[in-house]
Design a protein around this ligand. Structure first.
Ligand code: SF4
Length: 452
C-alpha cells in the first residue's frame, strides 16, 4: 500500500520534503532589531487593549526538566534546584505585569496553554502560585480552554487532581514511542502500564481531553515496533494524538550526538511509518487533522476541519475563537495583529530585559500585505488542504512552486483553487515550508524573521 502510494515519487523529493518538514521552529534570529520588534509588539498590545471584545489566547513557557531526552528540540534547562524555578516565576510575574500594563489587566482568556520544558515538573506550590499569578493578570473562566503538557513519569493522581482543581481541562502526555528499544535509544522510558494507568487516572479525575504526543523517525523505530506502539495507543484510547516528525540536528542540539545516526530510519522509511500511523488511526475511529493530529471522530477539531473553520497556531490546531496569541516565558512565540514575536530563549537575557522594564523580545516581524496573503495561503493548506487561487494573486513564484508539485501528484490545480491530493497530504508540511528564500516562504509557518 505504501509502496503503491509513493511508487513514482523520486527519492530526492522525499528527502527534500523530509528536511523541510523536520523543523518548524528554531530559526536563527536576525541581527539587531530587538527594540524595534518590542515597540511594534507593545503598540499591537495597546491597540488590542482598546478592542476588549476580541478573544485572546496565552501560551506560557516553563523551561525546566529533570533530565534531557536525547531527541529534545525544545528550549529547556535541566535542573534539580527548585529555587531556580521560583526565581523564574518571579520574573514571569514581572513579564505578565509588562504585558498587561499595555494590554490592560483582567482580559478574558479564550485559551491558556502551559508548555515547556516539563510544566508538571513544578511542585504543587509552584503550580498554584503560577495559576494565581495568571488569574491576577487575566480572567480565566469556565469558558477558557486550559491545557497543560505533562511528562507521565512525573505525575501522580494527586498532581492530576490538583491540576483539575486549578481549572485545567486538557492534559497532554509526551509518550513518543512505547517500544523499549526506541525508549532506551532516546533516553525517555515510560512503560505501557504506566501510560495506561496515568491516562485512566486522568480520565477518572474528569479531564475533558487527553492527548498523547508521539514521534516518528526515532532511532530503532521499525514498522513492526511502531505498529505495536500504535496498537497500544489505540487500546489506551486517548481523545487526541499528535504525531511529530523527528528532526536530527546534532550540530545545533549537541545532546542528539548521543543518538546513533545509523539507527535512524531514512526519509522513505519515515514516510512508511507515517503512512502506517495514518492507516491505523483512521481505521480505529480517528480523523486525521491537517498535518500531524488525529482526533476521535466527532471531536470539535474534526468538525471544524469539515466546516473549513480549523486554524493552525504556534500551539497547534484549534477551532477556538482567539485570533491573537500572547506568549510569556523564555523562547515563547506570540502573534498579535499580524506582529509575530519570539521571546529571548536565553534565561539571563530574558530576565535582564524584564528587569529593565522591557518586553523580552528576541525578534519580531510585522506581516506585509504579501506576507498576509502567504500566511493565509499556508493556513488554508494546513487546515483545509487547498488554497484559493485568489490568495496567490501577486505571489507568482509561490504559485509556480505549488503548481510544479502537481507533476508528482502532490496537488491538483483547478480553475479556482489548488487542492492537496491524498498523496500530497503526506508532504503537507513540506508543501507549506519548503524553503525558497527568493519566494519568502520561510522555513516556518508563521513568518519571516525580519522587521519591516
Ligand atoms: S521532557 Fe520535553 S522539553 Fe524536557 S528534555 Fe524531554 S523532550 Fe525536552
Amino acid at each position: 500500500m505504501t509502496a503503491a502510494l509513493f511508487a513514482d515519487i523520486p527519492r530526492e523529493l522525499i528527502e527534500r520534503f523530509d528536511q523541510a518538514t523536520s523543523d518548524a521552529v528554531g530559526l536563527p534570529p536576525p541581527a539587531g532589531g530587538q527594540r524595534q520588534a518590542a515597540a511594534h509588539y507593545a503598540a499591537s498590545l495597546r491597540a488590542l487593549g482598546g478592542r476588549p471584545e476580541e478573544p485572546v489566547a496565552l501560551y506560557v513557557h516553563l523551561p525546566f526538566c529533570p533530565v534531557r531526552c536525547l531527541y529534545c528540540a525544545c528550549h529547556t534547562t535541566v535542573t534539580h534546584d527548585g529555587t531556580k524555578i521560583d526565581r523564574y516565576l518571579d520574573t514571569l510575574e514581572r513579564e505578565l505585569d509588562l504585558v498587561t500594563e499595555r494590554l490592560g489587566r483582567g482580559r478574558a482568556l479564550a485559551q491558556l496553554h502551559l508548555g515547556g520544558g516539563t510544566p508538571n515538573y513544578l511542585t504543587d506550590c509552584q503550580l498554584i502560585r503560577l495559576m494565581e499569578m495568571l488569574a491576577h493578570h487575566f480572567r480565566i473562566g469556565t469558558d477558557t480552554a486550559t491545557n497543560i503538557e505533562c511528562n507521565p513519569r512525573r505525575t501522580s493522581a494527586g498532581q492530576l487532581d490538583l491540576l483539575k482543581g486549578l481549572g485545567f481541562k486538557g492534559v497532554s502526555f509526551g509518550i513518543q514511542d512505547l517500544d523499549a528499544r526506541v525508549q532506551h535509544a532516546i533516553g525517555r522510558v515510560n512503560s505501557v502500564s504506566l501510560v495506561r494507568d496515568v491516562c485512566a487516572t486522568a480520565r477518572d479525575i474528569g479531564f475533558d481531553c487527553i492527548n498523547l504526543d508521539l514521534i516518528y523517525g526515532l532511532p530503532n523505530q521499525t514498522p513492526q515496533g511502531f505498529a505495536s506502539t500504535l496498537d497500544r495507543v489505540i487500546e489506551i484510547s486517548p481523545d487526541r494524538v499528535r504525531l511529530f516528525s523527528y528532526a536530527h540536528h546534532p550540530t545545533t542540539r549537541p545532546h542528539q550526538y548521543a543518538i546513533d545516526a545509523a539507527s535512524l530510519p531514512g526519509p522513505a522509511e519515515k514516510l512508511a511509518l507515517l503512512h502506517g500511523a495514518v492507516h491505523t488511526f483512521t481505521e480505529s475511529g480517528y480523523s486525521w487533522i491537517g498535518v500531524d493530529s488525529f482526533v476521535r471522530n466527532g471531536d470539535e477539531l474534526a468538525d471544524a476541519q469539515a466546516a473549513g473553520t480549523l486554524r493552525h497556531t504556534c500551539i497547534g490546531y484549534t477551532c477556538g475563537p482567539a485570533r491573537h496569541l500572547l506568549a510569556c516565558g523564555t523562547s515563547s512565540l506570540g502573534e498579535v495583529d499580524g506582529v509575530y514575536v519570539q521571546n529571548e530563549p536565553n534565561a539571563d537575557a530574558w530576565r535582564k530585559a524584564i528587569e529593565a522594564g522591557r518586553l523580552p523580545i528576541l525578534w519580531g516581524h510585522r506581516l506585509s500585505d504579501d506576507d498576509q496573503r502567504r500566511h493565509q495561503a499556508i493556513q488554508h493548506l494546513l487546515c483545509n488542504l487547498e488554497v484559493p487561487l485568489n490568495l496567490l494573486a501577486g505571489l507568482a513564484a509561490d504559485y509556480e512552486r505549488l503548481v510544479r508539485c502537481a507533476e508528482h501528484g502532490l496537488v491538483e490545480v483547478g480553475t479556482d483553487r489548488i487542492k492537496v491530493t491524498p498523496r500530497g497530504r503526506y508532504f503537507l508540511r513540506g508543501l507549506c515550508t519548503q524553503t525558497e528564500p527568493s519566494l519568502g516562504w520561510s522555513n516556518n509557518h508563521w513568518g519571516v524573521p525580519q522587521l519591516r
